[in-house]
Design a protein around this ligand. Structure first.
Ligand SMILES: [Fe+2]
Length: 205
């Protein structure tokens, strides 16, 4: 009898250890935060496209336009993956995007040059990063290591990478003398065109 009871207790403990946290229903606060993040990524995707369109068509910077098209693609796939993650973790949500919805940021609406476009893009990336950090904290409160892992390896690392890239461009602009800024922008545009190819063709061809 004692043997049976201890067998059952050990089995329950082992089962708890084996069953991954992803089979546990996600907490409402974590789910809401992740849907805020999905909204932010969708917003980011449309805003990067807006920047791409402005720089690619009005000012003819095909390299920067292609960089922003690539960042737009990245954000829309991040948003899609987050929604899939919420569905697989059986999140109970009455909305997939938050009440503020998706809109073009004021800073991006008025942006017409490369330097401003870069700082608008950095702000936008920072916003997503901040929401991801908030969700990480919510997941910590809910003891949801699965969400924390997901955020670390799919969201936070990406936004750190984007920040590093954009920060490097910003530094190059800041270090340039006023008379050479146009040349620095032109050379960087060429560099980006070599790296990403002309992504405007994906849309206009
Ligand atoms: Fe993003």
């Amino acid at each position: 009898m004692l043997k049976t009871i201890s067998f059952i207790v050990i089995s329950i403990v082992l089962l708890k250890l084996i069953v991954p946290s992803c089979s546990i229903k996600i907490s409402i606060n974590v789910a809401k935060c992740l849907s805020d993040l999905a909204t932010q990524e969708l917003t980011g995707s449309y805003n990067y496209l807006q920047l791409s369109s402005k720089l690619g068509t009005n000012n003819a910077y095909p390299g920067f336009a292609s960089l922003f098209t690539k960042l737009s693609d990245d954000d829309s796939s991040k948003a899609h993956d987050l929604v899939k993650f919420l569905a697989l973790r059986k999140a109970k949500l009455d909305r997939l995007i938050n009440v503020n919805g998706v809109s073009i940021r004021a800073g991006i609406k008025n942006t017409m040059d490369v330097v401003n476009a870069l700082s608008a893009a950095r702000n936008q990336n920072k916003e997503a990063w901040n929401i991801a950090v908030r969700c990480h904290q919510e997941a910590d409160n809910a003891k949801d290591a699965n969400v924390q892992d997901y955020l670390e390896s799919h969201v936070l690392d990406h936004h750190i990478e984007v920040e590093r890239l954009l920060e490097d461009f910003d530094n190059r602009f800041n270090e340039a003398q006023e008379f050479e800024l146009k040349l620095v922008i032109f050379m960087l545009d060429e560099e980006l065109l070599n790296t990403y190819g002309d992504r405007r063709k994906d849309i206009f061809s």
